[in-house]
Design a protein around this ligand. Structure first.
Ligand code: PLP
Length: 331
């Protein structure tokens, strides 16, 4: 008989740099850093300072703030093809508005996505998130798999599922559904797919087929924006029309952002009356997230990134050799 137990929770009292300390004073190396949001670690002094200054000036206000403009300028200044950006509160919301923007821009309803890729909780991007060997079908035509009981059939019908790095599959499926497809949503290096790098020929096939058929490319960079000074798309040769961001751009506070080509982002433009796509949120672009994000992103500069790369490579090499040692002991 096996008894299944949830692991004992560790109650954290504080974090400092790469470490967290629990209520009993034990120290842990934190490789999660709140699901990768804390790119400089816990209680990063410039973020702490920026937040303490801002809280004295006010925590939320309905109008845009200087911090919002500065963070938008920083992102648009370093991310290719990011002409305009709008802030929301989570990466989930960013993906939701990216898909809606593509629909409003193209007038089409379907989307394509990668089998198994994780973009969280908007119904259409949830399709086939939990795809497993038991639900795999013809590799050339992956089926749409429900992510929760009661997910409507209409949602399943509106999602075209493509296998990651399947060059021919991507070409065929995008072309076959071209008339109805608003966008393909692509995390350049999907986490749930095992963080496998995209093949250059896959990126090229997706991009070319999408362009030739008026399908927008949405790069979900909520997780992978950290892959370089610009973003993961730039690293892997993808030129998206719409980009979603989150996690590191909030410096440890809740955030999300959707941005992209100016003509596509015009769907949100309310300057001449009701926009094609209305979008608002009570806490969107709240000054604390803006200021924390700004401090964090300003310090993620050309000097900080090589350190991040080398720490990542060192961890990868050491964990690969320790798992090899463990495997040889088991043999
Ligand atoms: C690729 C990707 N997209 C979207 C999200 C959603 O972000 P959030 O948890 O801020 O809603 C995540 C979160 O892990 C993610 O990894």
């Amino acid at each position: 008989m096996t008894i299944e137990r949830d692991p004992e929770p560790i109650y954290i009292e504080r974090g400092a740099g790469s470490y967290v300390f629990d209520v009993d004073g034990r120290r842990f190396l934190d490789l999660n850093c709140n699901f990768t949001t804390l790119i400089h670690g816990h209680a990063f002094p410039p973020v702490v300072q920026a937040l303490s200054d801002q809280i004295q000036r006010g925590s939320c206000v309905a109008n845009p703030t200087k911090g919002e403009i500065e963070l938008a300028e920083l992102l648009c200044g370093r991310i290719p093809h990011l002409d305009r950006v709008r802030f929301v509160n989570t990466g989930t919301e960013a993906v939701l508005f990216a898909v809606k923007a593509a629909r409003a821009f193209t007038g089409r309803t379907k989307i394509a996505k990668i089998e198994g890729a994780y973009h969280v909780a908007y119904d259409w991007v949830e399709v086939s998130q939990a795809s497993a060997p038991s639900s795999w079908s013809d590799p050339a035509r992956p089926i749409s798999v429900r992510n929760y009981r009661g997910m409507p059939d209409s949602v399943l019908d509106e999602v075209v599922v493509i296998r990651f790095n399947d060059v021919e599959g991507a070409r065929q499926l995008l072309s076959a559904h071209a008339r109805d497809l608003a966008a393909i949503v692509l995390d350049p290096m999907p986490s749930r797919g095992g963080l496998i790098a995209p093949k250059p020929e896959f990126i090229a096939a997706v991009q070319e087929t999408a362009r030739n058929n008026g399908i927008l490319v949405i790069a979900d960079e909520v997780l992978n924006l950290r892959q370089g000074f610009q973003n993961a798309s730039a690293r892997h040769g993808l030129l998206p029309d719409v980009i979603t961001m989150g996690k590191i751009i909030g410096g440890g506070l809740p955030i999300g952002a959707v941005g992209g080509r100016a003509d596509v982002m015009k769907v949100f433009d309310a300057s001449a009356g009701r926009p094609l796509l209305p979008q608002r949120g009570t806490f969107s672009a709240n000054p604390l997230s803006m200021i924390a994000g700004l401090a964090s992103m300003r310090h993620l500069d050309h000097a900080a990134l090589p350190h991040l790369e080398s720490s990542g490579s060192l961890f990868e090499t050491r964990s690969a050799s320790s798992s090899k040692r463990r495997l040889s002991r088991c043999a």
